[in-house]
Write a protein that binds this ligand. Structure first.
Ligand code: ATR
Length: 271
C-alpha cells in the first residue's frame, strides 16, 4: 500500500497569525512523527464544509480556533467529558468511528501553571476573570486541582452566575466591585479586554504574597500584566505556555506521543 503522510490543520477565521503550524511542526520533528500540519481559513458560514473537505482529502484531525469552537462542539459526533464541560471543542480527531471532539485548553493552562510555572493549585485562592468561552474552557480542569476557592468575576454578573450554576458548588460568581477586600494567590485574565487595550477594574490590594498574575493572551505585555507588576504580583506570565501545552495535549490525542514543550516555549519566547 502506498504510504501517505498524515495531515492535520488548524481551522479558524482569521487564521494567518496562528502559531499552531510551527508548534506542531516542531513537535513532529522532535518525536519523529510523519505528519504535516497546515492552516485552513474557513468562511464564517462554511465551517462544516471546510472540515468535510479536509477529511475527504485524508485529513486525520484539526485544531479549531476563533470563532468556531462552539460550532465544532455541535459538529463532533463524540465528545470527551472535558469538551462537554467546556461547551466547546478545540480538537477534532477523525477515525473510522467518526469525529471525536476534545478540549485541551484547560489541561494546557493547568499544565503550564503547575509544570512550567511550578504553581501548585491545591489549597490556593484563584480569581478567574471573564465569563466567555475562554473562561468556561478552563474551569473544570482548574477545579480538578482542588483550589480553596475559585471565584469567577465578570463585568456582566449574569454570565458569571450562569457558569457558576453549571459547575456548581466548587465556585462562586461575582462582579468586580465586590472584589474589594478579597485576596488571591492566582489571578487569571480570560477576558478579551486586552484587545481594546483595557483591563478589568480591579482593587489595588488583590494579590497575596507570592501571587501569580496570568494572562491567557500572549505576544505583547497586556495592560493587565503591566498593572499586576505595579500592584504586587510576585510573578507575571502570559499565555504562550498555555498555547504550547494545549497543542501538546492535542498532539498526544492524535499521535499517542507526548512531545517535550519547554524547548518549544523557549524557541517562541526568543523569536
Ligand atoms: P472569549 O471566547 O474569548 O471568552 P467572549 O465570549 O466574547 O470571548 O468573552 C469575552 C469576555 O471578556 C467576557 O467575559 C467579557 O465581559 P462581558 O461578559 O461583561 O461582556 C469580557 N470583557 C471584554 N472586554 C472587557 C473589558 N473591557 N473589561 C472587562 N471585561 C471585558
Amino acid at each position: 500500500m502506498r504510504h501517505m503522510t498524515d495531515r492535520y490543520a488548524v481551522v479558524g477565521n482569521p487564521i494567518a497569525h496562528s502559531k499552531s503550524p510551527q508548534i506542531h511542526a516542531e513537535f513532529a520533528r522532535q518525536t519523529g512523527q510523519d505528519m504535516v500540519y497546515e492552516r485552513l481559513l474557513a468562511p464564517l458560514d462554511g465551517f462544516a464544509k471546510t472540515i468535510e473537505s479536509f477529511r475527504s482529502q485524508g485529513g486525520k484531525g484539526v485544531n479549531i480556533t476563533v470563532p468556531f469552537k462552539e460550532e465544532a462542539f455541535q459538529y463532533a459526533s463524540n465528545k470527551t467529558a472535558r469538551a462537554v464541560a467546556a461547551g466547546a471543542v478545540n480538537t477534532l480527531k477523525f477515525d473510522e468511528h467518526g469525529m471525536l471532539g476534545d478540549n485541551t485548553d484547560g489541561a494546557g493552562l493547568v499544565r503550564d501553571l503547575t509544570s512550567n510555572l511550578k504553581q501548585a493549585l491545591a489549597g490556593k485562592r484563584i480569581l478567574l476573570m471573564g465569563a466567555g468561552g475562554a473562561a468556561r474552557g478552563v474551569i473544570g480542569p482548574l477545579l480538578a486541582e482542588h483550589p480553596t476557592a475559585l471565584l469567577l468575576a465578570n463585568r456582566t454578573l449574569d454570565k458569571a452566575q450562569l457558569l457558576a450554576d453549571i459547575f456548581g458548588q466548587g465556585m462562586q460568581a461575582s462582579g468586580y466591585k465586590t472584589l474589594a477586600g478579597q485576596h488571591f494567590d492566582l489571578v487569571i485574565n480570560a477576558t478579551s479586554a486586552s484587545l481594546q487595550g483595557e483591563l478589568p477594574p480591579l482593587p489595588v490590594d488583590l494579590f497575596l504574597p507570592g501571587a501569580l498574575a496570568y494572562d491567557m493572551m500572549y505576544g505583547n505585555e497586556t495592560p493587565f500584566m503591566a498593572w499586576a507588576r505595579q500592584h504586587g504580583a510576585a510573578h507575571v506570565a502570559d499565555g504562550l505556555g498555555m498555547l504550547v501545552e494545549q497543542a501538546a495535549e492535542s498532539f498526544y490525542l492524535w499521535r499517542g506521543v507526548r512531545p517535550a514543550t519547554a524547548s518549544v516555549i523557549r524557541m517562541f519566547r526568543s523569536a
